[in-house]
Design a protein around this ligand. Structure first.
Ligand SMILES: Nc1ncnc2c1ncn2[C@@H]1O[C@H](COP(=O)(O)OP(=O)(O)O)[C@@H](O)[C@H]1O
Ligand SMILES: [Mg+2]
Length: 231
């Protein structure tokens, strides 16, 4: 599938070389089981990229789940991801399957991976290395076939230096790094995004589309040290 078709299908706006490169890498690795690490600021489309990779893969008919590692309390994240046995901790009145069990055959998107507690990182490393995990409170090793896509807006290497992130996990995760550029690095995409959002807004509220100020029949956007004009 060519880049333009991917953009059309997934509603991705932008045509900067950096964005195109990131999309191209995503498309290339989609049909493998390689672990992907998506790096970029908040809102640049990391989650959108993860769903593109899953949708273009042979796992597309199997489940996809997005888990925000920063939003799950440290005490429950192991159980959410790997499941637990009945009575394994206070409140564990029943056994519970984790996502690595329920999403078997599919893809898990681990957002904000930098927030993952160290104990959970060790469990994840075992999944990535051996496809194995153990439910909390169990001793039975289980197998899983889940493709992992992780994302971060943090500098993971810095977290490694601060002993907050396992170095071995960092290297496992970054087999295929995809850097999604923010608009600061692709100013030419701002006009395209502006037009899209203005049109969407007008469509939703049945009003006229807001226009960018016209100057000599061109759109002008001031950028530090220069003015970018687009016909
Ligand atoms: N290039 C883009 N074109 C169109 N919409 C985008 C683009 N990048 C991000 N978005 C939209 O912005 C919102 C935030 O994207 P998301 O994937 O959640 O970002 P992140 O996970 O990096 O915080 C979503 O609604 C997404 O569809
Ligand atoms: Mg996000």
């Amino acid at each position: 599938m060519d880049l333009q078709s991917i953009k059309n299908r997934f509603g991705i706006i932008g045509n900067s070389p950096e964005l195109n490169y990131a999309l191209q890498v995503a498309a290339q690795v989609s049909n493998t089981d390689l672990t992907v690490l998506i790096i970029g600021d908040s809102g640049v489309g990391k989650e959108a990229f993860s769903s593109i990779i899953h949708s273009l893969s042979s796992r597309k008919h199997n489940p996809f789940i997005a888990v925000n590692c920063g939003a799950i309390p440290e005490g429950t994240i192991d159980s959410e991801l790997f499941g637990h046995e009945k009575g394994s901790f206070t409140g564990a009145v029943d056994a519970r399957k984790g996502y690595f069990e329920t999403v078997n055959g599919g893809t898990i998107f681990l957002d904000e991976i930098g927030e993952m507690p160290l104990g959970t990182q060790a469990r994840l490393l075992r999944v990535l290395e051996a496809g194995e995990y153990i439910r909390v409170g169990s001793s039975k090793v289980q197998k899983t076939d889940v493709r992992v896509i992780a994302a971060t807006n943090k500098d993971l290497l810095q977290l490694v230096q601060q002993n907050k992130f396992r170095e071995d996990l960092y290297y496992r995760l970054s087999t295929v790094p995809i850097r999604v550029p923010s608009l600061t690095h692709r100013k030419e995409d701002i006009v395209l995004l502006f037009r899209k959002f203005a049109a969407d807004f007008a469509d939703k509220y049945k009003t006229q589309s807001v226009q960018l100020m016209m100057r000599q029949k061109t759109y002008c956007l001031p950028t530090p040290g220069r003015v970018t004009c687009v016909n």
